[in-house]
Design a protein around this ligand. Structure first.
Ligand code: MSP
Length: 510
């Protein structure tokens, strides 16, 4: 079995999770499930980023200790991902000893090798962004942009990591590893960024300014810069499992340059470790054209949507709507359009018809199909095309288009039912009509079974429920599930299944 190690970014726990955080975990889950279906031995890591200024500040505002604060908020993130059926194999928290030990040992190693040095730092510091600013960050009038919040001048000794010494190595690495970043256009952005000389990275924060972090092993008066700490989670979680390097670090576009594309490969290389095989960079969910975020205060709470429409409708929407790598605007209106037309009226309708008609015309037992005629041949032909396209699209992370093709196949299956009109055949005693009735029941059920096999990484519980009402247990090898065949002949189906009910009208009295 091929092993496949995939990670998500680890979320800051200084607030509640929103749709943007949920999207990334669901996207990574879809990839992980898809790989498992294909037979890979998958290890899927997610977790929470718990140190640093922002978390310390949020805890203070609530008047509680940072540890108590992160225990509560990290649990909230984890509970959301459990609810969303994110099938992670491991959940790492950066406050765990297993992580802190690895961070400290790598820092010590780099320090011993001479990759980290102490120097006087004088500079303008943004507390909000937890970073020192440069002259080029100023606005033309000399002031600092809004996003930096309060900016103060600081002079203090600190520890620096020799980033600049590896700039040429990184450029060369990127040029010789063209698949390092998906999508490709981001690769070019990183090379563009590297045209300017890098500064060495300040990796320490004096304890009197920031207590909430991992103490430097060689100077306990300092804690580790939160990014240096957080990035190492991908390695610390598997350091004793022999799984490094990761196949993919899945991240949002805001944390590509410089953390993941510059600091991360250089940190690893300096420590004698290989970079991850690839970075998969997704775009943003927007609201009114701006990035959905905690600070805007109107971020969509995923749980509200899940409570109203169900986990799978939520997962389906995120994956169907977003072209991986691009941005997408979130609106409830668009959510409703997809819910009604694609899930309720298309997939839900096919499930209802299959169960109803099998119950009405065949005593609840699926008959075998007779020889295919033109309508059956056309549908089978469309299946082959849909399957092959969907597989290729999934391989290239074009999940949204793969789902669109699957929806077309479901639409055509519903059209096939209209054409065969089993409700008319059922009224006729002619042997030919009775044979066609059996064929049409068998055909719609088989088409449904196949479509479900292409949907299951996106809607796992819906897939389980549909297979169950069809009286079907999928075999161990997913690829074999994708062949058209008479697998359901003789199966006993349930009388009905409510999958995507019409939602309660908002504002309706309880
Ligand atoms: N803690 C850092 C990541 C450290 S990884 C070693 C961080 N946390 S975050 O909570 O701000 O963001 C976590 C992930 O959620 C990031 O990949 C980020 O891009 C993603 N998203 C946050 N808001 C988003 C949207 N509005 N849309 C899509 N994803 C975005 O950064």
């Amino acid at each position: 079995m091929k092993s496949f190690y995939i990670t998500t970014a680890i979320d800051y726990v200084n607030g509640s999770p929103h749709l943007g955080h949920a999207y990334e975990k669901v996207l990574t889950d879809v990839i992980a499930r898809y790989r498992r279906q294909r037979g890979d031995q998958v290890h899927f890591l997610t977790g929470t980023d718990e140190h640093g200024q922002k978390v310390q500040a949020s805890a203070r505002r609530q008047g509680i200790e940072p540890k108590a604060y992160v225990d509560t908020t990290a649990a909230e993130f984890r509970a959301l991902y459990d609810r969303l059926e994110v099938s992670y194999d491991d959940f790492i928290r950066t406050t765990e000893p297993r992580h802190k030990d690895v961070v400290r040992s790598i820092l010590q190693k780099l320090y011993d090798q001479g990759e980290i040095y102490r120097a006087e730092y004088r500079g303008f510091y943004s507390t909000r962004q937890e970073q020192f600013l440069q002259e080029k960050d100023r606005l033309p009038d000399g002031s600092w942009p809004e996003i930096f919040g309060e900016v103060t001048e600081i002079v203090e000794p600190n520890y620096f990591f020799k980033l600049r010494a590896y700039q040429d190595w990184l450029i060369d690495y990127l040029k010789t590893h063209e698949d390092f970043i998906f999508p490709k256009f981001r690769h070019k952005q990183v090379l563009e960024f590297l045209k300017e000389p890098l500064n060495d990275l300040c990796i320490s924060r004096p304890k009197d300014r920031l207590e909430w972090g991992i103490p430097l092993p060689f100077d306990e008066g300092y804690v580790t810069y939160v990014w240096f700490d957080a990035l190492l989670n991908y390695y610390s979680a598997v350091a004793d499992k022999g799984l490094w390097p990761a196949d993919f670090n899945v991240i949002g576009k805001d944390i590509l340059v410089p953390p993941h594309a510059v600091y991360w490969p250089i940190m690893l290389h300096a420590a004698g470790l290989p970079p991850p095989k690839a970075l998969l960079v997704h775009g943003w969910w927007l609201q009114s054209g701006a990035k959905m975020s905690k600070s805007t205060g109107e971020a969509v709470n995923p749980l509200a949507l899940v409570d109203q429409f169900g986990v799978d409708a939520f997962r389906y929407f995120l994956i169907r709507e977003m072209n991986v790598g691009q941005d997408s605007e979130f609106t409830v209106g668009q959510f409703m359009v997809r819910y009604n037309s694609e899930l309720a009226n298309n997939l839900g309708n096919l499930v209802n018809r299959t169960l109803n008609m099998t119950t009405r015309f065949s005593g609840g037992q699926l008959p075998p199909a007779g020889p295919p005629e033109d309508p059956e041949r056309a549908l089978q032909g469309l299946w082959l095309k849909t399957r092959d396209e969907a597989l290729a699209l999934n391989e290239g992370f074009q999940f949204h288009t793969a789902l669109e093709r699957t929806m077309v196949f479901l639409t055509e299956t519903n059209a096939y039912i209209e054409q065969r009109a089993p409700w008319k055949l059922g009224k006729s005693a002619e042997p030919r009509d009775q044979a066609l009735l059996q064929t049409s029941l068998a055909t719609m059920a088989e088409a449904l079974r196949l479509a479900v096999a292409l949907l299951q990484h996106v809607m796992p519980s819906t897939a389980r429920r549909i297979n169950s009402v069809l009286g079907y247990t999928p075999g161990p090898t997913w690829a074999e599930e994708l062949h058209w065949g008479g697998r359901l002949a003789g199966a006993k189906v349930a009388a009905s299944l409510v999958l995507f009910p019409r939602p309660e009208k908002p504002g309706k009295p309880a």
